[in-house]
Design a protein around this ligand. Structure first.
Ligand code: AMP
Length: 255
């Protein structure tokens, strides 16, 4: 990482694509994007995809949930996967089980024509299925940092074939208390063989410190809150107790 003060990495010439065809995606990824009904890249996708589909590089994407950031890293990460290699080639770290499941579902949709699925690995779930999945030689793992470190310590997850490490919602992971686990994982990534892509809604001092320590000359893209996907996604929340969640969800689906 360049020790170049604030801002630590500035976008130089901005390349922005207007549609997915310009990206020359492989046929399986292009088909998955079309199946999902994505017509125009969102602002973060329009700027991040040309970078992440290009030469290997570390990366910082300042973008919140609802901006389409999952596909911004999911598409290039899947393009790099060799489905014949039975080892973890991409690891996506998320702050919560819910986000890990959501991201894993999205990777499954994007990877379906390539035959690549993601394995979600999070705390609070039994180890058996996770170990079984890892032994099968899954290519993409989406997990929470604490449980990932557990698997690394037990020797049930190896990162020696890793090509891409994604930190999704890095600011949240740090504020939840996953900083030590994050640093342990970042320190175990095979040097020179794997790229680290950090996504965060905010560039807090702690996020910057992690980026300064572990990312090498990252390229950076920033989208502001106005550049979300408001026309396609309506966001509503209903406060409820954990135990009532399934019932509330069923009522919403019914209605
Ligand atoms: P994310 O910010 O990744 O959680 O994405 C928010 C929502 O936007 C998800 O439901 C995505 O499926 C959807 N989405 C992502 N990219 C696009 C796109 N280019 N066009 C339309 N919807 C999209």
């Amino acid at each position: 990482m360049d020790k170049c003060g604030t801002p630590c990495a500035t976008p130089k010439k901005r390349v922005r694509v207007e549609n997915f065809n310009e990206l020359k995606l492989s046929p399986s990824l292009a088909r998955a994007v079309s199946d999902l009904g994505y017509v125009k890249p969102s602002p973060i996708q329009a700027e991040a995809l040309p970078i992440l589909l290009g030469e290997p590089t570390d990366f910082i994407g300042l973008a919140a949930t609802g901006t389409g950031k999952t596909a911004a890293f999911g598409i290039p990460l899947l393009e790099r996967i060799d489905p014949t290699v039975k080892a973890v080639q991409a690891l996506i770290l998320c702050p919560t089980r819910e986000l890990a499941l959501q991201v894993s579902g999205q990777i499954d949709l994007l990877g379906k024509h390539k035959g690549v699925r993601a394995l979600p690995i999070y705390g609070g779930a039994p180890y058996g299925d996770q170990i079984h999945g890892l032994k099968r030689g899954v290519a993409v793992v989406v997990g929470t940092p604490g449980r990932i470190v557990d698997h690394m310590d037990r020797g049930t997850m190896k990162l020696d074939q890793l090509k891409t490490l994604v930190l999704d919602e890095a600011d949240e992971m740090i504020s939840i208390g996953f900083k030590d686990d994050l640093e342990k994982i970042l320190g175990s990534v095979p040097e020179g063989k794997s790229d680290t892509w950090l996504f965060s809604a905010t560039m807090s001092r702690e996020v910057r410190r992690v980026a300064d320590t572990y990312l090498k000359s990252p390229k950076m893209v920033q989208v502001n809150a106005k550049e979300m996907l408001p026309e396609t996604v309506e966001q509503i929340y209903y406060p409820t107790h954990e135990s009532n969640k399934p019932e509330v969800l069923c009522k919403l689906i019914e209605s």
